[in-house]
Design a protein around this ligand. Sequence first.
Ligand code: SAH
Length: 397
Amino acid sequence: MERVNLIGMDKPALKAALAEAGVPARQLSMRVGQLWNWLHVHGARDFAAMTNLARDFRGLLEENFTLARPEIVTAQVSQDGTRKWLLKTGPGIEFETVYIPEEDRGTLCVSSQVGCTLTCKFCHTGTQKLVRNLTPGEILGQVMIAKDALEDWPSTVPDRKVTNIVMMGMGEPLYNFDNVKAALAIAMDGDAIALSKRRVTLSTAGVVPMIPRAGAEIGSSLAISLHAVRDDLRDVIVPINKKYPIAELLDACRNYPGASNARRITFEYVMLKDVNDSIADAKELVRLVKGIPAKINLIPFNAWPGAPYQCSDWSQIEKFAEVVNRAGYASPVRTPRGRDIMAPAASSRAKASRNARQPEWRARCQTSSRPSYRGCRTDAPSAPSPSPHRSALRDRR
Ligand code: SAH
């Protein structure tokens, strides 16, 4: 009989699994509590480590269950401490996770799907078909892998390494609502991984009907991939806009439960040269988000081979940021991180597809939210491109 993986199960599922394996009914609640703690507070990787459990119970667990993480295909560490894992859970089921350490936090950028259905024009995943939704175990597994590698167990210690999670990897989390919800519930459970809701951010391209549900049922912080201030342009670069136009999206943000000045909604805005980066765009951006407790993140576009856009010139980003700043929004331009490990991996069967996935990871998950007043560094021919190592060094000072 195939052993069942317990990673990603919620408590009722765990209880049912234990009952099925023959744990007596009167012990179930206690056993679930013990396992919950071992799995998510201590990050136990085998049942033998669960030393406070009776030997025969450990035997039963061993016989019926696993604590399997995704397989690590590659694990890379940048000179600046950024880490990237390529993970695999089956044929063609490969996904990446990136860890970005900063002085005051450590952010894990997590994938929700393999591929994507959204076809955003500037995003490389947009050129790939959806393979499938990741399961709760695969989503949470990304967190487990990172915590294992960083020796970030138990989850209760005060100086944790993974302090934040952003659902900004591959895929649209609101198109995999149930699984993302299940995984984040464990990440935010005070008796499990115990990250606060403020430190978990769900990023969406704008699946408007799911936003109220995300607020009510997941309760994490919210980020919106806005990227354009007019529907005619957003229809092109973020095509889901044709279904849910800007006004509807912003209404959903206005009504997002829990949004407040202490807990702002993040608007992500990728800077595309001569496309969305005019001063008029900046003014319109400020006008649009008026009344919404908002943060604005300007993201230098990271070009990929064949991308139809270039990153805005730095001087233009500065002017744009100036308008946003003057309107009272701190608008950090995100700093590239881990550039030395974002280069395509050396060799593997899945090389072609993996290489194809690299560029957008450069974009999303290598950026930190620290304000930067340095140039827009991308691989686009037009952009000035100082050495990544130098920029990493400068970051440390
Ligand atoms: N589907 C979700 C989450 C994945 S994208 C969403 O759209 O929000 C995470 C962030 O990375 C989004 O803001 C997305 O617009 C941005 N992104 C994707 N490709 C990029 C690129 N090449 N350059 C800059 N940002 C990019």
